[in-house]
Design a protein around this ligand. Structure first.
Ligand code: EIS
Length: 209
């Protein structure tokens, strides 16, 4: 069993309303994964994702009925925070968290699709760079882009990364990728639904950090 497959995201309903409690449970398994990547360079990224999750969870815990779905959180915060919204509360935390999730989605898709750098086939820099360019780069100024470059050089090689996905057990590459494809089904549907919600509610911001 892969680490990922142990923690599949649940399917989303036709209404595309995402249950907050189930979502928080699913994403809570992502931060510990960074410890398997073998470098302290990833600590700030783990901390950032953790902060996002804690922020959303504290809003949810304050009133689990009122905040049953992610959609309800955005709607309620829109009236609570007035002109500060959407750069406030759990809306801001989820805005950033979804970008990290999109990054993970594109990285895994690229690996599952077998995209490789022919000059460096044992590395996954090409896959990481693709994910970064599509999910995060436009929101980063030059300093954070430099942090990304440092993280890129600390990234594990392809086989170690796949091993980390498989709870550090030796698993045949094709078996692991098969499970990644399975994981991506509900994960991608969830990330797409969150993006669509931000678009529909006009809650997306494009400032740089
Ligand atoms: C947001 O952070 C906060 O998240 C948000 C609030 O404070 C808001 C205010 O404007 O800022 O500054 C952060 C930004 N977050 C903005 C940057 C953190 C470090 C980014 C380093 C970029 C490198 C990313 C590439 C990593 C390569 C890894 C390769 C691994 C093989 C399976 C791997 C998973 C990797 C997932 C990477 C996700 C990165 C997410 C970065 C998000 C970001 O840019 S609030 O906080 O509202 O909750 O208080």
């Amino acid at each position: 069993m892969t680490l990922l497959l142990d923690n599949q995201f649940p399917p989303i309903p036709e209404s595309k309303e995402i249950n907050t409690k189930a979502f928080l449970e699913s994403v809570s398994h992502l931060p510990p994964f960074f410890d398997c990547l073998g470098s302290k360079v990833f600590a700030p990224i783990k901390a950032d994702i953790n902060r996002n999750i804690i922020k959303i969870k504290s809003v949810y815990d304050s009133d689990p009925v009122k905040y049953e779905t992610l959609q309800q959180i955005l709607l309620a915060e829109k009236s609570i925070h007035g002109s500060e919204w959407p750069k406030a509360g759990a809306t801001l935390a989820l805005m950033w968290l979804k970008r990290g999730l999109r990054f993970i989605q594109i990285l895994l898709e690229s690996l599952a699709d077998g995209e490789r750098d022919d000059d460096n086939p044992i590395l996954i820099r090409i896959n990481i760079t693709k994910a970064y360019d599509q999910a995060l780069k436009r929101y980063h100024g030059w300093i954070v882009q430099k942090v990304f470059k440092a993280a890129l050089f600390a990234a594990p090689c392809r086989s170690d990364f796949l091993k980390a996905l498989s709870k550090n057990q030796e698993v045949a590459e094709e078996d692991c990728l098969c499970k990644v494809r399975q994981f991506l089904i509900n994960f991608t549907a969830t990330v797409d639904a969150i993006y669509e919600m931000y678009y529909t509610m006009n809650a997306e911001l494009d400032y740089q950090v």
